[in-house]
Design a protein around this ligand. Sequence first.
Ligand code: A3P
Length: 274
Amino acid sequence: MRLQNSFKGRPDDIILVSNPKCGTTWLKALAFTIINRSRFDFDHHPLLTHHPQLVIPFMEIFNGNNDLNNLEKLPSPRILATHMPFSLWPESLARSSCRIVYLCREPKDVFVSRWHFENKILVGHHKIDLEVAFNMFCEGFSPYGPFWDHTLEYWKEHNTTADRVLFLKYEDMMSEPTKYVVSLAKFFGVPFSEKEHEDGVHEEVVRLCSFENLSNLQINQIGEMSRMKNLVLERSTFFRKGKVGDWVNHMSHEMGKKLDKITEEKLKGSGLVL
Ligand code: A3P
C-alpha cells in the first residue's frame, strides 16, 4: 500500500520481475552486468565483491539501505526488481512506458527450490513437511499469490505489448545463455557491438553470472544478508543447485503428475507452456 501510494514510476525505469525462486538472483546479475559493462572490467567487477541480490534493489522489500526515499534518489534509468503481481503495481508505474523483464520457471522446480529455501531460512524451526507445503502450493498459497496467476498476468502484458515486456523462461536461458544475454542487451537498448561480439564480451557476461562462478565466490558463500527474529537469510541461500529438473529428486511421480495437471489447466488457452 505504501508503494502504491507513494512510488513514482519513471518512463525509463527497467523492472525485473519474477516469482520467488525463478532465478531472480541470476537475472539481477545479468541485467547489472549487461547495463554497466562499459563502467567495469571483468577482473575488477562489483559482482566479485557484492552479492547479486544487493546490486539491484527490490521495490517492495525494504532492508537497511533501501527504502522508498532511496529509490527516488537513484539516477535514471533505474533498474529495479520486484516479485509483485502486475495487478498490485503502483498506478504510475503500471501506466508508464517502463520496460519489464519477466522471468518464469517450471513450477515443480520452483516449488522444490522454495521448500529448500524456506527450510534454510527458518532457524530453529522443525523441517517443513514437503507434502503439506506441496498441497498448499497446489492450492495457490505462495508469497505473492497463486504461482500461475502471477505468471499469466505478465504473459498477458507481454502479449499486449511485446516491445515493453520481455518474457523469459529459466529453462531456455539455462540451455542457451549467450542467446538470451544478447536479447537482454538489445531489449535494454544497449546491444553488443560487432567489436564486442568479436571480443566475446557477451560470453564473458555469461561466465561471470553463471551459477558455477557466482556460487563459488566467497562473497556469496559466507555471511548473512539479513536477520529478523528466527528468519536468517544467509548469502549462500540464494545458490543451491541451479539445475533444471531437480524436482525428481524430491517429489514423487504422483506429485509431479498432480502439479503438471494443475499447470495445464491453469494455463489452458493462454498459449503459454511451462
Ligand atoms: P535451485 O534451488 O533450484 O537451485 P531466486 O534467485 O529467484 O531466489 O531463485 C533461486 C534459484 O535460482 C535457485 O534454484 C538457485 O540455485 C538458482 N540460481 C541462483 N543463481 C543462479 C545462476 N547464476 N544461474 C542459474 N541459477 C541460479
